[in-house]
Design a protein. Structure first.
Length: 125
């Protein structure tokens, strides 16, 4: 399983996690020249959620490396910029009573793409 496969598997698993929590997936892999949003969804309270997914195949890196380590400061800055762009471009998607936020789902998978561990960090920015 190469790096792109790991990412695809992670995004698919993240969508399943979100759906199990009653999120409605609006869009995946929203891209602009200055960044990408992995998953755009609405939570049960109608908050617009921009979800970054970081997936790591266990055993690929050192024991101290986690998926969260791959969310760098520059990636977070780009993510914030594209989320603001999306919210401004599609203002009807943002409920003014609850707004929008950026979340992180960190996943660890095995060689077969099976989920070993997941962590969901809400409102990271």
């Amino acid at each position: 399983m190469d790096h792109l496969d790991v990412g695809r598997v992670g995004e698919s698993l993240a969508q399943k996690i979100l759906k199990s929590q009653k999120f409605k997936i609006i869009e995946t892999n929203f891209r602009m020249t200055f960044g990408e949003i992995d998953i755009i969804a609405k939570d049960p309270k109608n908050t617009l959620r921009f979800i970054e997914v970081k997936t790591l195949k266990v055993g690929v890196m050192g024991a101290d490396i986690t998926p969260e380590n791959n969310l760098t400061r520059s990636k977070l800055f780009k993510l914030q910029k594209i989320c603001q762009f999306y919210a401004n471009k599609y203002p009807d998607s943002v409920d003014e009573n609850v707004g929008w936020q950026i979340d992180l789902i960190a996943l660890e998978i095995d060689d077969r793409g099976e989920l070993i561990n997941s962590r969901f960090y809400e409102n990271i920015f």
